[in-house]
Write a protein that binds this ligand. Structure first.
Ligand SMILES: [Fe+2]
Length: 394
C-alpha cells in the first residue's frame, strides 16, 4: 500500500551521525515485526522517549457482551448521539480480538494527542474533511476517504468544520495492507488491482513549530495511559520508509462487474489477519438479459459479515438507510428479502450503492451500545408474509 517515501532531511546512510543546527538528531526505528518487517526511520530533534509524567488516562468506553442468541442484525448508526471529540466520542459496536468496529460523530475538537499502541486504525470519513497531523507530517483528508493509520502514529485530527462530521472507525489488531493477490513479485500493484499506488496519498509536509512538552494518550490493550513527554513528538527533521499514514478515497476504487453477478471478493480493498475490508461503489451490474442483478442467498460459513451503508439505494435490503450496519452471522444464510427479486426485474442494471464491508473470520460480539440501536424487526425481515416474531435479544 505504501511505497517508499521520504519527507525532510535524512542522512546519507542509516545509523550514522546526523546533525540539525549543530545538534545531533535522535534516530527512531518505526518498525513492524520487530526489526524484520517494513519500517520507517525518523530523525527527531529531542529524545523521543523522554517523559516527565505518566498516569492513568481516561477509560476506553467499551462493554463487549457475549450473546446468548446469535442472530442477524441491523444497527441504526444514525441513532447514536454525537458526542466528545474524534477520540473520546468513539462508540464501539461490534468487537472481537481481531477488530473493533464503531462510529464517531464528534462535537468538539481533539484536545490531546493520541496514539494507538495495539491496533492499526482505518477511519472511513462518511462526512467531513480536515487534516491528520502526526510525526510523519500533515495529511489532508476529505469525504469518503479511508485514513489508514499505522499503530504507533501519534496524531491529532483537525476538522475543517465540525458540523455533521461522521467517521466509521475500524481498529485492527493485525497489519492493514492491500491484498497480497493484487501485488507483483516485487510488491508493486499489478494491472489487475482495482487501484494503483497513485491512489494512495501520504503526508505532504512536516509539521512545523512544535516544541516543548506534550501530553499524549496511549491506548494499549483497551487501557489508556497519559504521558507527558519532554519533547513534542512532531519535532521531526525528516523520515523515510514504508510505514506512514495514508488516505485512499473510496471513489478511486475501480469496480469490477460481470455478465452475471460476481461475488464480494472483487470488492476487497484491504486485508489484515482474520479479516478483510471491501468497498462497494457505484457500478454496472450483471448485464446478461437473464441475469439476476441482486446478490444470491449465501451462507458465509467461515465469517461474520458487517456492511456499513454510506449512500445510495440498497435494493437487496429492506429498511436500511445511511449510517446503518447489517451484521450477518456465520452459519446462517442471508440474501435479498422477500419481494426484492421481483422488484429488481425492471430496474436498470446498475447500482449507486456506496458501502464498506468488514468480514471477520472469528465471531463478532455486539456491545451494550450496539443494543441501544438494534432494529428488533430485522431478524424476521425474511419471513414471508411480513414482519413477525419477537426477540428479547439485541
Ligand atoms: Fe452477504
Amino acid at each position: 500500500m505504501r511505497p517508499y517515501k521520504q519527507l525532510g532531511d535524512v542522512p546519507r546512510k542509516r545509523h550514522m551521525r546526523f546533525a540539525d543546527d549543530g545538534r545531533l538528531a535522535y534516530e527512531e526505528l518505526f518498525g513492524r515485526e520487530g526489526f524484520s518487517g517494513p519500517s520507517s526511520l525518523l530523525y527527531h530533534r529531542g529524545m523521543p522517549e523522554g517523559a516527565q509524567d505518566v498516569s492513568e488516562g481516561p477509560a476506553d468506553l467499551m462493554t463487549p457482551e457475549h450473546e446468548q442468541v446469535h442472530t442477524n442484525a441491523h444497527l441504526k448508526g444514525f441513532d447514536l448521539p454525537s458526542q466528545g471529540d474524534v477520540i473520546t466520542g468513539r462508540r464501539w459496536l461490534l468487537v472481537n480480538d481481531d477488530v473493533h468496529i464503531g462510529l464517531v460523530a464528534p462535537v468538539s475538537a481533539q484536545q490531546v494527542l493520541y496514539v494507538n499502541g495495539s491496533a492499526d486504525e482505518v477511519l472511513f470519513v462518511h462526512a467531513g474533511s480536515g487534516a491528520l497531523h502526526s510525526q510523519f507530517g500533515h495529511l489532508a483528508f476529505k469525504r469518503h476517504d479511508y485514513i489508514v493509520i499505522p499503530r504507533g502514529t501519534i496524531y491529532r485530527i483537525d476538522f475543517d468544520d465540525l458540523a455533521d462530521v461522521r467517521l466509521l472507525c475500524i481498529e485492527v489488531t493485525g497489519l492493514v495492507d492491500v491484498p497480497d493477490r493484487y501485488r507483483a513479485r516485487n510488491g508493486q500493484l499489478t494491472e489487475f488491482a482495482p487501484f494503483s499506488e497513485r491512489d494512495f496519498h501520504g503526508p505532504d509536509s512536516l509539521e512545523a513549530g512544535n516544541a516543548g512538552p506534550a501530553e499524549i494518550w496511549l491506548k494499549r490493550s483497551n487501557h489508556v495511559s497519559r504521558y507527558v513527554l519532554d519533547h513534542h513528538p512532531f519535532d521531526v527533521i525528516g523520515w523515510d520508509g514504508t510505514i506512514y499514514p495514508v488516505t485512499f478515497n473510496i471513489h478511486d476504487f475501480e469496480p469490477r462487474a460481470g455478465r452475471f453477478h460476481v461475488p464480494p471478493p472483487i470488492h476487497q480493498t484491504f486485508q489484515a489477519h482474520n479479516l478483510v475490508i471491501c468497498s462497494f461503489v457505484p457500478r454496472k451490474l450483471d448485464w446478461d438479459p437473464e441475469a439476476i442483478h441482486l446478490p444470491y442467498h449465501h451462507s458465509n460459513l467461515d465469517s461474520d459479515e458487517v456492511l456499513y451503508y454510506v449512500e445510495g439505494n440498497y435494493a437487496a435490503r429492506r429498511g436500511i438507510s445511511q449510517g446503518s450496519f447489517t451484521h450477518h452471522v456465520g452459519g446462517l444464510p442471508h440474501g435479498p428479502q422477500p419481494g426484492a427479486l421481483e422488484a429488481s426485474l425492471d430496474r436498470p442494471r446498475e447500482t449507486d450503492e456506496l458501502a464498506v464491508m468488514v468480514d471477520t473470520f472469528r465471531p463478532l460480539h455486539r456491545t451494550a451500545i450496539a443494543r441501544q440501536i438494534f432494529d428488533r424487526d430485522y431478524p424476521f425481515s425474511w419471513h414471508t408474509g411480513g414482519v413477525s416474531g419477537t426477540t428479547s435479544i439485541a
